[in-house]
Design a protein around this ligand. Structure first.
Ligand SMILES: [Zn+2]
Length: 323
């Protein structure tokens, strides 16, 4: 039994290919961050190695070892050239406990050009009993020569209702307050189950998100000097912990998108449901074109920070151009 919620189209495809004894040499799992690519790559690995009739059984020695990350024929590979070169050495060795070997590569988009070239060489002439499972957020971040040698498996966002039902069941939620929280988180998750589980179990999640929304209000109500001060604080925080700013920017983006949705009468699609009144007020205050412009500016700032742009200049520029 697959220990995974959703993405049934992927299990079916892999099960069918097993029936036709046409297991591919390489799979490419594609989907946004926190949608479940890491978990699914392990489930596929169990499926490929399981010795039971109904795969993956979760109980045989192969499945148990994979669960415990203690299987000598399953290799989790990093993205550097030296780690990819290690595959070259290991790929021709016979498996120890299984009939085949599986190499798993997460964050395929971070492979350097050198590492991609080395990987390509291996994929061009793969040994018979070896499977590669590579995951990436988007196919375009990988060299097309690699992507074209893999069977692409795309993970789709789950419905809000399915995520809500999963949280209720998985965390055995029964009281109304926790149900409301699960409802909000399933909306905010945008269909990414891994994200929803992390957010629900992180006791600080909603507090941080509410703080990010209050920052948004401070910026739009603040004059230039207040905005400069906030930019300084944010860039100092960025130097301490890079991930937080991306979460903040994602919250601001979702907030602005909600304002846009309300302005275009798509009320049922908003995700920050607990701020609806505030969002309506802001929608009355700003033109649609201003909101769209702000969304573009945040998106650009996020990309710029990702490309190691100067955080202070990027954030100054962002906050100055806020409505
Ligand atoms: Zn098994």
């Amino acid at each position: 039994m697959w220990k995974f919620e959703g993405q049934e189209h992927i299990y079916k495809l892999i099960q069918n290919s097993m029936v036709k004894t046409r297991i591919n040499h390489a799979y490419l799992l594609l989907g946004p961050e926190h949608i479940g690519k890491t978990t699914l790559s392990l489930e596929i690995t169990k499926f490929l190695h399981c010795i039971d009739e109904i795969k993956p059984c979760q109980n045989c020695d192969q499945c148990v070892r994979i669960n415990e990350t203690n299987h000598p024929d399953i290799v989790l590979v990093g993205n550097t050239i030296s780690e990819i070169r290690e595959i070259q050495e290991k790929v021709s060795l016979s498996p120890f406990l299984s009939n085949s070997k599986t190499f798993i590569i997460h964050n395929g988009e971070s492979l350097t050009i050198e590492a991609s070239n080395a990987l390509l060489k291996i994929l061009e002439e793969p040994p018979n009993n070896v499977t590669f499972i590579i995951s990436a957020t988007d196919e375009q971040y990988l060299p097309s020569t690699i992507a074209s040698r893999c069977q692409k498996l795309e993970l789709y966002p789950l419905s809000t209702q399915r995520i809500y039902d999963y949280l209720i069941q998985h965390f055995d939620i029964s009281n109304d307050e926790a149900k409301e929280e699960a409802k909000l988180i399933s909306k905010l998750s945008k269909g990414r189950l891994g994200w929803a589980i992390t957010a629900y179990t992180d006791t600080n999640f909603l507090q941080t998100r509410n703080h990010d929304i209050s920052l948004f209000d401070q910026i739009i109500n603040g004059d230039m000097s207040e905005r400069f001060l906030l930019s300084q604080q944010l860039s100092n925080n960025f130097n301490k912990n890079k991930d937080n700013i991306y979460t903040t920017l994602e919250t601001w983006l979702s907030y602005l998108r909600d304002i846009m949705l309300l302005q275009t009468n798509s009320h049922e699609l908003i995700i920050n449901i607990d701020y609806e009144k505030k969002l309506i007020e802001l929608g009355n205050k700003f033109e649609l074109s201003t909101i769209i412009e702000s969304i573009k500016v945040i998106d650009k700032a996020s990309k710029n920070l990702n490309k190691n742009g100067n955080p202070r200049i990027t954030l100054d520029n962002l906050l100055m151009r806020f409505p």
